[in-house]
Unconditional design. Structure first.
Lengths: 371, 168
């Protein structure tokens, strides 16, 4: 049994920042990740990030990943890599660690657990969806930017959220062609600037359209798209078949909450945050004492909010463990919260602020009930 | 049908003219100026700190960038700094008949200086041809190039890129 003050499960941007922050404030931190290196989605993000300087805006994602890894090392964060967490039992974490062909069982006991497990791509079923060549947009992005393999020549993108828009741009950068991007809603889901930059490169964006089926014998060789009416019903006769060898699905992400459920955390369904998420208070602590959530598993948002929430949770954990005096912690939290409120403002992001407030209100109600 | 960036993915002329980052015609007639095509209030303020003349300001992280037309020197450093690739530069006084339009560029191959290429509008449609006058990476801009093309003046407000060159 390894003993640590803080165990962070998942080394994506939220987990890395939480680990760095709590280690900086004096906590003993162990970061666990199932991959050979931490960084989560950062190493496949080759575009420059949005936000402010405080959130490394203007820097490409993979470079943020490299800088955070250096910070983690410099602050003495211990990392357990190739390590799958299979369960949480009270404050004991069960891990299967892979070393070469060998696997071994390990246990970690932690005073505080930070869950930063990220989110998964939602899939969509249609005739032909099991054909090779149909994949998540995130999978295509990993193939292209991490493994340097372009999975096809001509792509159809399903979904106009930021993932669909950004991955379309990166397919073009890698030398692929995007025949079209279809969006079932009558409006674009992601940010206009991302849509504008692929349109400038000639990618048609078809709103109120979806995929009807993918065709092919051994793999996708074409796909049929169809227009949708106001009630999202397919308009018969509007079908168009286009030659493509890859269909990418980018219809949204859902928070990975399995470990939170196993730990006994209460959850709440909030569409604005990607579905069912663990209830948490203002310090990101769940309904289970000493178990925290941060990043996309606490609600799908942007990297900038993940970074700021990581700082908040890192300081909250350090305070609880006695490494940070209360007076100092209060000031730090006030700054984190006002920055988060700013990031969740404006017509495109304020729905998330309201959803987060609902989570916090529910957590407070539960605390009052239990007292 | 509804128009505008949320519906089509391309800012409409009305949205652009209404936004505080879009320079007036009078200003453009005086010489090179940044053209900020950021019409949605997204949480990002990189351009605000990118401008060495203090010509781009934001009241909060989610406000639209405002261009101070008098302060903008037309240096173009904001072009490769904007993570949204939404800033351009127009110099209407480039020559007697031509305007110089500059835009961010992150594709390979890099267009050859002096070559005549198809220039495209906001929808990637070819509108005319233009001559590549510049294609370079400024210090600290991490592989986002500024490409400048000389085009007939009447196309200055339409041209926003070039047809991507074919790879060998």
């Amino acid at each position: 049994m390894i003993e640590t003050e803080v165990a962070v499960i998942g080394g994506g941007v939220a987990g890395l920042v939480s680990a760095i922050e709590s280690a900086k404030l004096g906590a003993n931190v162990c970061l666990i990740d199932e991959n050979p290196r931490p960084g989560g989605q950062l190493f496949k993000q080759i575009h420059k990030f949005f936000g402010s300087q405080r959130h490394y805006a203007g820097t490409r994602g993979f470079e943020i990943g490299e800088s955070l890894m250096r910070d983690a090392q410099a602050n003495g964060v211990k990392t357990l890599l190739n390590s799958y967490v299979f369960g949480i039992f009270g404050k004991e974490i069960g891990i299967v660690e892979k070393t070469g062909d060998q696997t071994s069982l390990r246990w970690i006991q932690a005073k505080s657990i930070i869950l930063s497990c990220g989110a998964s791509e939602r899939m969509m079923m249609f005739p032909g969806w099991t054909l090779p060549g149909v994949m998540g947009a995130g999978a295509a992005q990993t193939l292209i930017n991490v493994h340097r393999v372009l999975p096809g020549k001509k792509f159809l993108m399903i979904g106009s959220g930021n993932v669909g828009l950004v991955v379309s741009y990166q397919i073009l950068q890698a030398g692929g062609e995007v025949a079209a991007l279809v969006e079932a809603l009558p409006r674009i889901g992601g940010w206009g600037v991302h849509a504008a930059k692929i349109q400038r490169l000639g990618v048609p964006i078809l709103t109120s359209h979806t995929i009807k089926e993918a065709q092919g014998r051994d793999r996708v060789d074409s796909a049929t798209i169809v227009a949708l009416d106001k009630s999202m019903r397919q308009i018969s006769g509007s079908e168009q078949t286009i030659d493509v060898d890859v269909v990418c699905i980018a219809i949204g992400l859902k928070p990975n909450i399995e470990l939170a459920l196993m730990a006994g955390c209460e959850t709440m369904y909030l569409d604005e945050l990607g579905g069912r998420v663990p209830v948490h208070d203002e310090n990101m602590e769940t309904t289970v004492d000493g178990v925290y959530v941060v990043g996309d598993c606490a609600g799908v948002e942007e990297a900038s909010t993940a970074i700021e929430s990581g700082r908040l949770v890192g300081a909250a954990v350090a305070e609880k463990l006695g490494h940070l005096p209360k007076e100092k912690a209060v000031g730090m939290r006030a700054l984190n919260r006002s920055v988060l409120d700013d990031l969740r403002s404006g017509p495109l992001c304020s729905h998330r602020l309201r959803a987060k407030e609902q989570l916090v209100d529910y957590a407070e109600t539960m605390k009052e009930d239990s007292q | 049908m509804s128009q505008g960036i949320g519906a089509t993915g391309t800012p409409s002329m009305e949205e652009l003219e209404r936004s505080p980052g879009f320079p007036s015609e009078a200003r453009l007639r005086k010489g090179a100026a940044a053209v900020i095509e950021c019409v949605q209030e997204i949480p990002c303020d990189v351009c605000g700190s990118a401008c060495p003349s203090g010509a781009i300001t934001l009241t909060s992280i989610s406000s639209l960038p405002k261009l101070d037309e008098e302060r903008c020197t037309g240096c173009g450093i904001c072009i490769p700094r904007c993570p949204g690739l939404a800033i351009f530069l127009i110099n209407l006084n480039y020559s007697k008949d031509e305007a110089l339009v500059s835009f961010p560029y992150e594709l390979l191959p890099v267009p050859e200086i002096g070559s005549v290429v198809k220039v495209t509008d906001r929808l990637g449609k070819c509108v005319t041809t233009g001559k590549v006058m510049r294609a370079d990476e400024r210090e600290g801009c991490d592989r986002t190039l500024i490409v400048s093309v000389a085009v007939p003046k009447e196309f200055a407000q339409r041209v926003r890129g070039i047809a991507p060159p074919r790879r060998k």
